[in-house]
Design a protein around this ligand. Structure first.
Ligand code: NAI
Length: 308
């Protein structure tokens, strides 16, 4: 099996540097026509120029690939609409969107301003929503689409000083959860990547010998699989230092409490069993949880005819 992207059009946001650049170069090498988006600002989101994106486009073209540079700010609906229109006017379709653009405004919650929160949420969460919204009707019409959201262990697990970033990164997984249900019948598949890589985002957080193990290009194969024709959907893949793993949202079997125990002491008494993961299972839609608890409660009450 050789995965390629011939005749496909991909938009990679924040592709002027780091991970996005690596994804864009590899997509182009494997045949995709690529919109290299980057608004070219500093790590905290200030400033901006299309120079970074243009350099990546020049590199793609020098290697014989096709690409256009785009300087849209992903948090601006108007600029993103214009970017998608440019892709459609140039190549007539959009098969792949990689929501990768990102900024940092790290501070402990006590010191974080509302502006630090708003800016980070605007780029990571609302930016992913704006870009996905702009390609959604095109992908529905085509009956084909692949979207990768860039989440983070800071969101999935937490990280000191990243309340804004972590909340936004967990939220893009929430956006995936619903979009993949709504996109299913149009063959639109959505997945998340949680990378760990040496980029300007992490360059001052780790010592050089550790950074040397964290090449961005080790993340790209996972991202490209997640947006290929063979892509799964609804998956959160972690990648870094040559290691690949998956996060799944598992729900414990849980307990049914009789009415005489349905009080704070009852919950306290059964808390360990509530969280016992022995028979945990993955739930992939909110409705499946509702069916599960209604079935469990009905069985406990001896009500017949309710089953999963
Ligand atoms: P990076 O700073 O090298 O690249 C991010 C790019 O996004 C920059 O080129 C920047 O100009 C661009 N960008 C920022 N705001 C933008 C906007 N509003 N519109 C368009 N472009 C914008 O950082 P890196 O590490 O390559 O980050 C890529 C993604 O991976 C980000 O979403 C980041 O949060 C995520 N990530 C990175 C990790 C790492 O270990 N490097 C860990 C977890 C997540």
């Amino acid at each position: 099996m050789t995965i390629r992207f011939d005749n496909q059009v991909a938009i990679v946001t924040g592709a002027g540097n780091g991970l996005g650049k690596s994804h864009a170069l590899e997509l182009a090498r494997l045949g995709a026509k690529v919109v290299v988006n980057d608004f070219g600002g500093a790590r905290d989101g200030s400033g901006g120029s299309s120079e970074a994106a243009e350099k990546v486009v020049a590199e793609i073209q020098a290697a014989g690939g096709e690409a256009i540079a785009n300087g849209a700010d992903v948090s601006s609906p108007e600029q993103v609409e214009a970017m998608v229109k440019e892709a459609m006017d140039t190549w007539g379709r959009v098969d792949v969107l990689i929501n990768n653009a990102g900024i940092l405004r790290d501070k402990s919650f006590a010191k974080m301003t509302q502006d630090d929160w708003d800016k980070v949420v605007a780029v990571h969460l609302t930016g992913s929503e704006i870009c996905s919204r702009a390609v959604w009707p095109i992908m529905r019409e085509q009956g084909y689409g692949r979207i990768v959201m860039t989440t983070s262990t800071s969101g999935l697990y937490g990280n000191f000083g990243q309340a804004n970033y972590g909340a936004a990164k967990m939220a893009v997984a929430g956006l995936m959860n619903t979009l993949c249900l709504e996109g299913e019948k149009y063959d639109i598949k959505i997945n998340c990547i949680a990378p760990t890589a040496a980029t300007r985002m992490t360059e001052d957080l780790m010592p050089p010998e550790v950074l040397a193990m964290l090449e961005p290009k080790a993340i790209t194969p996972a991202v490209l699989f997640l947006c290929s024709q063979q892509a799964p959907t609804h998956r959160i893949v972690l990648a870094g230092a040559g290691c690949y793993a998956m996060v799944r949202l598992m729900e414990s079997e849980g307990v049914y409490l009789d009415e005489n125990e349905r009080n704070v002491d009852g919950v306290a008494a059964h808390f360990e069993r509530i969280g016992n993961m022995d028979n945990a299972r993955e739930i992939l839609a909110g409705g499946d949880h509702v069916t599960k608890i209604l079935t469990k409660a009905a069985h406990a009450k001896g009500i017949k005819g309710v089953s999963e």
